[in-house]
Each structure stands twice: as structure tokens, then as C-alpha cells.
Write a protein that binds this ligand. Sequence first.
Ligand code: HEC
Length: 132
Amino acid sequence: MKKVLFAVLVLSALVLAACGGGSNAVATLAPVPADYAGKTNPLGADAAAAGAEVFKTNCESCHGPLGKGDGPAGAALDPTPKDLSVLQVSAGDDFLYWRINTGKEGTGMVAWKGTLTDEQIWQVVSFIRTLK
Ligand code: HEC
């Protein structure tokens, strides 16, 4: 009986080890700072068309036309831009709005606050939501 119990324990430990932190685990996103946390897009899906224009002019060179991270200017960067169509599934509006406003430290992603208006940043968030 003791042997069986031991075997069950070893097995469950193995199963747990296999499930946790495997390569299939969704990468955890950085926590959104308090001044941005909880913000939601005040513009609807209608703003995506305007956002597409903002994206084309300011983001496409690195992120690629469909946000896949395959823009010509992104290829030389380390790290290269990741796929925004994948990111947007797990990222909240507050996360996207924060990153676009303040950039991503240690990468080629600059802060857009001041270059783009607040409205343009939310428009581009609406556009990112359409990426598949
Ligand atoms: C000079 C190239 C470049 C331009 C232009 C650029 N980005 Fe980025 N972007 C990057 C890189 C490099 C990263 C960091 C790698 C990553 O996480 O995708 C990044 C990261 C991001 C992230 C966060 C990803 C994460 O995991 O945190 C978002 C959102 C984003 N960019 C959106 C935009 C938007 C919207 C624009 C236009 C307003 C833009 N980027 C313009 C290169 C660029």
C-alpha cells in the first residue's frame, strides 16, 4: 500500500512539473503601472479605421502591415518586435495604452506620448484589436 501511495505521489509530481512553466505556457505580461491600470478604450471598434492610418504611418515599418513583427525596420532590432495579433488576445486596453504611451525599456519601442495625441493612441489600440 505504501509503495502504491509513493508511486501516486511521484506521478503527480511529474505531471505537475510537466504542466507548469512548459513552453506552451502563455508568457506573463508585465504588470501595468498604477497610473495606467484599469483604463479602458473610450473609443469603439469604429475608431479602428483611423487607427489603421496611425499604424501605417508610425508603426508599420517595425511591426509590419498586420502587426506580425515583420516590418523591414524591425528586422535589425534586438529584440525584434513580437506579434501584436497574438499579444492583443491576452493584453488589456490598459496594457496596450501604457506600452504605446511610454514605450518598452531596453527595446526599440519608443514612447509615443507627445508624438501622437491621446485620441490617436486609443485609435491605434482599436486597430490592434482587429489584428488576427
Ligand atoms: C523602431 C521600431 C518600432 C516602431 C516604429 C514601433 N515599435 Fe512597437 N515595438 C518595437 C519593439 C522592438 C518592441 C519590443 C519587442 C516586443 O515586445 O514586441 C515593441 C513593442 C511594442 C508593444 C508591446 C509588446 C509587449 O509585449 O509589451 C506594443 C503594444 C507596440 N510595440 C505597439 C506599437 C505601436 C502602436 C506603434 C506605433 C505607434 C509602435 N509599436 C511603433 C518596435 C517598434
